[in-house]
Structure formats: structure tokens, C-alpha cells
Ligand binder design. Structure first.
Ligand SMILES: NC(=O)c1ccc[n+]([C@@H]2O[C@H](COP(=O)([O-])OP(=O)(O)OC[C@H]3O[C@@H](n4cnc5c(N)ncnc54)[C@H](O)[C@@H]3O)[C@@H](O)[C@H]2O)c1
Length: 257
């Protein structure tokens, strides 16, 4: 295959949860530009439809739909929407998460309802969406699942870090379980992302940001477009032999031995 063929996603159908968000919209455009038809699924239907309309206006195949990743029925409706509009599901990007409106508690005192609020979106949501996508992927002979982790999942980070580390575990276990069905399951773990959510969780002018940046050997932060190369790798023929991997894109913030 030529390099272009390796990353070509023509005839592929992708779903991105949290598709109306800062990273989701960038992922959606990248997958469209690689040739895929893309469903942008989000709790915020108006924003998902607006983001899809912007892609359609540029000649891409995109559709917005509502999803609440906490609900099996909603996840199944999302997958059915992709099948009805574009003919199937090949790629699922589990990108929706709570990262800015986090409970103001440590793990030692977090109330049950606050634990559930975060874990149901950040951890259970990717499982429910994957379960909903599997039959559609099998009908097409296989598929790709890409989970949205965080570099923060590999260091102490309270409930958010726990939810992302749990998703790392889900990535490994689903990869083992779904390999025989020709479905790869991987994850992207971004570091400090230069977007609204990134700045909401760690303000641009915070002294902590400078302190963290001083510890990062490579580029300390980057825009969502810096994640696109790994996304395309994991969704395309180029990544056919890769599964069960959580790939850190964080300038070496988290050097794991
Ligand atoms: N921005 C960063 O600095 C950063 C860093 C590392 C990892 N991440 C991860 O990247 C992903 C995207 O982050 P972002 O910066 O685009 O955040 P964002 O807040 O802009 O987007 C999140 C999207 O998820 C949607 N969402 C929330 N709950 C939902 C639910 N129950 N069902 C469906 N959709 C729901 C929101 O409506 C929103 O559009 C998240 O998984 C986040 O944890 C972000």
C-alpha cells in the first residue's frame, strides 16, 4: 500500500461521541478529510448538528445525532442512526467525557452520587457505546474502537484520573475479547490540550501550568490537531496490527517504563 492508501478511510463510517466538543469536532473533520462518513453524537444535539452542518457545507458526509452515553438505549439508537444514514459502523471514537465539571471531593470523601456521575459518563459510557457498535462492526467484518483517555489517567488525579485509568483497563480487556472478531481497541491519552476544556481545568495563566511545563521533556501542550495523526493511525489500515494500546500524546509528560 502507498502511504495515502494506508491512511485512507473512504467507505468507512465513523461515530464520535462528544462529537460537538473541542476535540470531537477536530476529530470529525480529520476523519472526514481522510474519506470517512462521520456521525457526530453528543448530549448537545444542537451543537452536534451545527458541527455536522459545517462539515456538510464543506462537501463532507457528516450527520449530527443525540446521544447520552450513560444509556444503553441511547447508545443503540446512535449506532442505528449511523447504520440508517451511512450504512453501517466501522469506527467508534469514545471521546465524550466529563472533565471540567468535576466533583470538588477527594477519593476519600466523594459521595456515591458524584462517583456515579463521573464514572457513568467517562467509564461506563465507552463500554455501552462499544457494546452498541459491536453488532454493526461485525456485520462489516470488523472495526476499530478508539477510547479517549488522558495522560492524567496515569498519575494521581482524583475521580477524573480514576475514570481514565479504568478506561485504560477496559481498553486492554476489550482488545483481548474482540480481537477474534477483527475489532481493534486502542486509546489516545492526551496531555495538556490547548482548548476551552483544557484551559478550564488548568487556566492558561496558572503558575501550576508553568511548573508542569517545566517537567515535560517535549512540547508541553498542543492543540487538538496534534492528536489527529494517532487517531488516523488507529482508525486506518496503517494501524491494523495495533490493539490494546493506550498511546500517550503528551510531550513525554508521562514517561512510562
Ligand atoms: N481538553 C483537554 O485538555 C483534554 C486532555 C486530556 C484528555 N481529554 C479528553 O478528551 C476528550 C474530549 O475533551 P474536550 O476537550 O473535547 O472536552 P469538551 O468538554 O469540549 O467535550 C466533551 C463533549 O462531551 C459531551 N458529553 C458530556 N457528557 C455526555 C454524555 N453523557 N453523552 C454524550 N456526550 C456527552 C459534551 O456535551 C461535550 O460536547 C474527553 O474524553 C477528555 O477527557 C481532554
Amino acid at each position: 500500500m502507498t502511504p495515502n492508501e494506508l491512511f485512507d478511510l473512504s467507505d468507512r463510517v465513523a461515530i464520535i461521541t462528544g462529537g460537538a466538543g473541542g476535540i470531537g469536532t477536530v476529530y470529525a473533520r480529520a476523519l472526514c478529510e481522510a474519506g470517512a462518513s462521520v456521525v457526530l453524537a453528543d448530549l448537545n444535539l444542537d451543537a452536534a448538528e451545527a458541527a455536522a452542518a459545517a462539515l456538510t457545507a464543506d462537501g463532507h458526509a457528516a450527520s449530527g445525532t443525540a446521544v447520552d452515553v450513560r444509556s444503553t438505549a441511547s447508545a443503540e439508537a446512535m449506532a442505528a442512526h449511523a447504520a440508517a444514514v451511512f450504512g453501517g459502523v466501522d469506527i467508534l471514537v469514545n471521546n465524550a467525557a466529563i472533565m471540567t465539571d468535576l466533583p470538588p471531593y477527594g477519593l476519600s470523601d466523594i459521595p456515591d452520587d458524584q462517583w456515579d456521575r463521573v464514572m457513568n459518563v467517562n467509564f461506563r459510557g465507552p463500554l455501552l457505546c462499544t457494546q452498541a457498535a459491536i453488532p454493526h462492526m461485525q456485520a462489516r467484518g470488523g472495526g476499530r474502537v478508539v477510547n479517549g483517555l488522558s495522560s492524567g489517567g496515569f498519575m494521581p488525579g482524583g475521580i477524573y484520573g480514576v475514570s481514565k485509568y479504568a478506561l485504560h483497563g477496559l481498553t486492554l480487556n476489550l482488545a483481548a475479547e474482540l480481537g477474534g472478531r477483527n475489532i481493534t481497541v486502542n486509546a489516545i491519552a492526551p496531555g495538556l490540550v490547548d482548548n476551552d476544556s483544557g484551559y478550564a481545568s488548568l487556566p492558561k495563566d496558572s503558575p501550576f501550568r508553568d511548573a508542569i511545563a517545566a517537567q515535560i521533556p517535549g512540547k508541553p501542550s498542543g492543540p487538538p490537531s496534534d492528536l489527529v495523526g494517532v487517531l488516523l493511525l488507529l482508525c486506518s489500515a496503517a494501524g491494523e496490527w495495533i490493539t490494546g494500546q493506550s498511546i500517550l500524546v503528551d510531550g513525554g509528560w508521562n514517561l512510562r517504563f
